[in-house]
Design a protein around this ligand. Structure first.
Ligand code: AMP
Length: 185
């Protein structure tokens, strides 16, 4: 099973996708986590992407696609994958379609987490991650609106999109998501 999680920063993609991956025996593929790890290990990629991460801007597609392509061939990805925070641009979505077509493992579902702006800001300010200050939060919300929100249309035209209300508690949202995934099994 292969799923994409769409939704603005703070919608709960990370929390929910980790839990679902565990529940359904899937790999959790978070490009944000991989990029932050490359920075903290001071790899060549890490040095290249540090400024983007610090400013809340999207890392160039090619860098992101390279790490995803490599990760997809890991053993733990073979039973299935939850993509968390990827794709974030139309070019990434098209590239993901190609990567998965080459492997004969198409996407099963794209889940959009719906939540209003006020609740998002509250959650992001509470989270207190390194890149969670007011300026980067606003930049990341802007990047989402401009570059990632068009993916909602891309996937809905392909009849792959399922929108889920993400304003409830973690457990409530997890329940709705589990039900949607069970229907796929
Ligand atoms: P996240 O943990 O998903 O919120 O991502 C944190 C940061 O990593 C983002 O603000 C971007 O700078 C970068 N990032 C994560 N995923 C991507 C992606 N698919 N494309 C470009 N940049 C990304």
């Amino acid at each position: 099973m292969r799923l994409v999680f769409l939704g603005p920063p703070g919608a709960g993609k990370g929390t929910q996708s980790v839990r679902l991956a565990e529940q359904f025996g899937l790999a959790h593929l978070s490009t944000g986590e991989m990029l932050r790890a490359s920075r903290s290990h001071r790899t060549e990629l890490g040095l290249l992407v540090a400024d983007y991460l610090d400013n809340g801007q999207l890392v160039p597609d090619q860098e992101v696609l390279d790490i995803v392509a490599k990760r997809l061939d890991d053993d733990d990805c073979q039973p299935g994958v939850i993509f968390d925070g990827f794709p974030r641009t139309l070019a990434q979505a098209e590239a993901l379609d190609r990567l998965l077509a080459q492997r004969h493992t198409p996407l099963d579902l794209v889940v959009e987490l719906l939540i209003d702006q006020g609740e998002l800001l509250k959650r992001l300010m509470k989270r207190g991650r390194g890149d969670d200050n007011m300026a980067t939060i606003q930049q990341r919300l802007q990047s989402y609106e401009n570059q990632t929100a068009p993916l909602v249309r891309y996937y809905s035209e392909r009849k792959m999109l399922r929108s889920i209300d993400a304003s409830g508690t973690t457990d409530e949202v997890f329940q709705s998501l589990s039900t949607a995934l069970e229907a796929l099994e």
